[in-house]
Design a protein around this ligand. Sequence first.
Ligand code: ATP
Ligand code: MN
Ligand code: MN
Length: 371
Amino acid sequence: PEGRKVVAVATVSQYACQRRTTTTNHNAVFTDAFEVLAECYEFNQMEGRCLAFRRAASVLKSLPRVLSSLEDTHHLPCLGDHAKAIIDELLQHGRAFDVQKVLSDERYQTLKLFTSVFGVGPKTAEKWYRTGLRAFEHILADRSIHLNHMQQNGFLHYEDISRAVSKAEARALTKVIDEVVHAITPDAIVALTGGFRRGKEFGHDVDIIFTTLEVGKEENLLLDVIKSLENQGVLLYCDYQAATFDTAKLPAHSFEAMDHFAKCFLILRLEASQVEGGLNSGEEDSRGWRAVRVDLVSPPMNRYAFALLGWTGSRQFERDMRRFARKERRMLLDNHGLFDKNKKEFLAATTEKDIFDHLGLEYMEPWQRNA
Ligand code: ATP
Ligand code: MN
Ligand code: MN
């Protein structure tokens, strides 16, 4: 009515929990490059720069189309000069000098290779690199190196567990776990979480959460599930971590801290006959089975919504939801609960939606959390 044209500028939030990010990434050219740099900074323990590039990648993943010029980035948050220079180079030449340099760097290549083994983190990889080791054969032949149980199994099942897990395989494993859990307690809930809950087609593992409707009854559930898997002959490896849960504790300040729920990191044997359409194996596999990494977590029912939200990810989404809570709402969020520092009280939730509501955030479906 004022006769003035209103140009709607879509503002992109600096927080991933305020951006809807599906599995369709239109800007993989740029985000792949950023993730290489982030990983390199991680190997060099430069956490600030690492996080900056992870954040920049996450912003681009939320965009509805591919960036076609540097101008397209002007309204975007979390993009520093370095990130913009990389985008500019990629737009002009299709590759970026800094990224090429990292990719051809022997240290980066070796740490990337070593950390691809289950149980090998950046610190161990670095230690091996410094002693001159460059290949798996070197590690396995070196008798002065002690591999822990997890790493031994990481090498033993390397080929299987470094191959992506398909959605059909994740579904088959969820069915296995669901049956085991319900055979132990009929009043249980079991859900596929992690990347597959966000709608990913492939993942590096299968994350499953379960509990009993009655609080307290879940206490021995996970151990009983593990025993049952062992009896069925499908348990290839198990790292069990008992609950260390203190209800009086405030939510953790550091996101990277593990939660206190009973959980386990497994390698399970999955039969081809259990998977619709067969196993995701490169060539024809005559064994008829494969090894798969599976994470199980079993929180008490009154913490279920927080645990489900935390284990659904993505990591960047979780990080930003916690940062948003702290910075914008003076609240502390983690996998166990939400604490309001103004009211000095915990806020209860029975669904994920309750948590978004407490934070004054629009609800994001799991498939919109691929930040
Ligand atoms: P992928 O397809 O590669 O498995 P993903 O998103 O499922 O992707 P995961 O590493 O399996 O990645 O992690 C899933 C979610 O579980 C993440 O949000 C992560 O924060 C959470 N998570 C993983 N391990 C732990 C842990 N030990 N304690 C608490 N949360 C964890
Ligand atoms: Mn996962
Ligand atoms: Mn996992």
